[in-house]
Design a protein. Structure first.
Length: 280
């Protein structure tokens, strides 16, 4: 990956994180931890990899994206806003009465959202169905999805994993946000899903295990698909990445910062953005 591209993607990830905090703070509720942890993957998909356009959100040939861990909607809304699907200022209406930016994505109201999600496991299943539909019709779009490590405790995830391998859905790339924390604590203590890589391989997937905050590793993994197999990229990430007091802190799974915390988070994120002031 060229240095110019790397810096550009880092800038976009920092901007996504800044909007995540803005949205959750103004909402007074939400899920900052798991939104921040997947910001780098979101930046790579929306600003490098996916064939999508805000000018034609319903283009039949567009790539599809499904946020299976729908509670991380602030990350998706931030990416969509920065891509021009709606004004970035709208992120301040997150979860408010009458806003189209609710706590979980709604495909009927939010431009750029390909699937309404929230009930864990169902989004992953929908992504598999979209990929299968493309195989049936001969469409050339690719399907991308992000699911959570806590979400992988759901049985529906494994039914979908079996389905995708059985139908050889090599037009499907999944990212598993392995930040190791869910609302009740460490995922390995709540209901241990490990070893996730070995399990997905046993289900017939091509699997990569990477640093989910390293754009070079993300790009290499995305490019390493194998014909006839769906690709699972397990991303070792930090819950709350980018905001020091939220990092690896389970309490920030599902609560909004108060004003002093918000101001600290903004200061840190704005400082990070200053590093990319000259990056276009």
């Amino acid at each position: 990956m060229e240095q110019s591209k790397l810096l550009y993607l880092r800038k976009k990830a920092a901007q996504i994180r800044r909007l995540i905090i803005e949205g959750v703070y103004n909402a007074g509720s939400g899920h900052p931890g798991g939104s921040l942890s997947c910001a780098d993957v979101m930046a790579y998909l929306y600003f490098e990899k996916m064939n999508v356009s805000a000018a034609d959100p319903q283009d039949p040939g567009r790539d599809r994206f499904v946020l299976s861990k729908g509670h991380a909607s602030p990350a998706l809304y931030a990416a969509l806003a920065l891509r021009g699907y709606f004004p970035a200022e709208e992120i301040k209406t997150l979860r408010k009465l009458g806003s189209r930016l609710q706590g979980h994505p709604d495909m009927h109201t939010v431009p750029g959202v390909d699937m309404s999600t929230g009930s864990l496991g169902q989004g992953f299943s929908a992504a598999c169905g979209m990929a299968k539909a493309a195989k049936i019709t001969g469409a050339k779009y690719h399907v991308y999805t992000i699911l959570g490590d806590g979400e992988s405790q759901e049985g529906e995830v494994w039914e979908a994993a079996m389905f995708a391998a059985h139908y050889k859905l090599d037009n499907l790339t999944a990212f598993l946000d392995y930040n190791k924390l869910q609302i009740d604590g460490d995922v390995r203590e709540v209901m241990n899903p490990d070893p996730l890589d070995e399990k997905f391989r046993a289900f017939g997937w091509e699997v990569r295990f990477i640093d989910g905050h390293d754009f070079r590793q993300i790009e290499a993994a995305v490019s390493s698909g194998v014909s006839g197999r769906p690709l699972m990229i397990i991303c070792d990430t930090v819950k709350g990445k980018g905001v020091s007091f939220m990092e690896n802190a389970v309490g920030w799974h599902g609560k909004a910062p108060k004003q002093p915390e918000y101001e600290t988070a903004v200061k840190e994120l704005e400082s990070a953005l200053e590093e990319f002031a000259e990056v276009e």
